[in-house]
Ligand binder design. Sequence first.
Ligand code: SF4
Length: 351
Amino acid sequence: MSVDRRMSVDALVEARGVGRSFSVGGWLGARRAIAAVGHVDLAIRRGETLAIVGESGCGKSTLGRLLLGLERPTQGQVLFDGRDLAGLGERRLRHLRARMQLVFQNTLAALDPRMTIGQQILEPFRIHRMDVPASAPPIEQLLADVGLAPALAERFPHQLSGGQRQRVVMARALATEPDFVVFDEPVSALDVSVQAQIIALIRSLQHQRGFASVFISHDLRVVRHIADRIAVMYLGRVVEEGPIAKVFAAPAHPYTRALVSSVPRVALGARRQRVRLAGEPPSPAAIPAGCPFHPRCALAQDVCRRDRPALAVVGGGQSAACHFAATAAEDAAITPTLVPTDPPPLRQAHA
Ligand code: SF4
């Protein structure tokens, strides 16, 4: 059964067949389109967190920007609260964007070194050309909400630690009281101990304020502790999607199995052997025919080299794009063994 494209009626954000291509080349060669994201269907419900994971260059950051209306899709639609972002005029889109915020990895790039922390926390209102409403929380309150002392409002970004800067970026994102926040690798640049504090803070803020979120990461250890559902991307497409507990317990796509098996505690808890990911992902400019994962897949058959599998329901709220997904999920839930060897670490994402 293929995935139903009529999304949940209570979805706050929906991607319907969304894709984004970029034109490359020229000069001496012909220009051609490279698909960074292709045919993605997703729904994010109010108050829930969807993790988007995958290796560097898989298109997860581009998808995050598409969901925020910061990139225009070259195919499909993104709906926010039922409205197609591409169909909105600039003024309406700007006001709607105040309800959507982005928190990303590089806090030094996100903050202006010439402005005090207090000034920057009110920046979203200026960017969206809005008056600061009387009901907006005061700067001191926003700083307190993210665990910072009010006195930090007078400091500059370079006077803060990396963890403090990430808290400031979150306080700024919360100033407009958004309904939807995309966190793009928000803890990748932080020490492990600080990562845990920031993850706990995000969970606490989400619990208090009820916003929906997308959490983009290359690190499955991190998303396990924060997401309700997970979407796994490979070469611009979602290859598996479902409730996070089910996907971790019985990953249906061989690529997901390899990623999950590289998380030490998950692998040990399920008495699993690690699954090797052979080689590097192919270039988006030379995507293999059939299933794009087949050159790296230990289960590949002739049909995999010939026919591209669609994302299809495999049961339990899970969907996977694999000709043998149901079998793989059953095997994974019992005693998975593909290529038992130590996997290479996932590369740090910079996309
Ligand atoms: Fe592997 Fe074939 Fe499934 Fe692709 S369709 S993931 S090659 S088994």
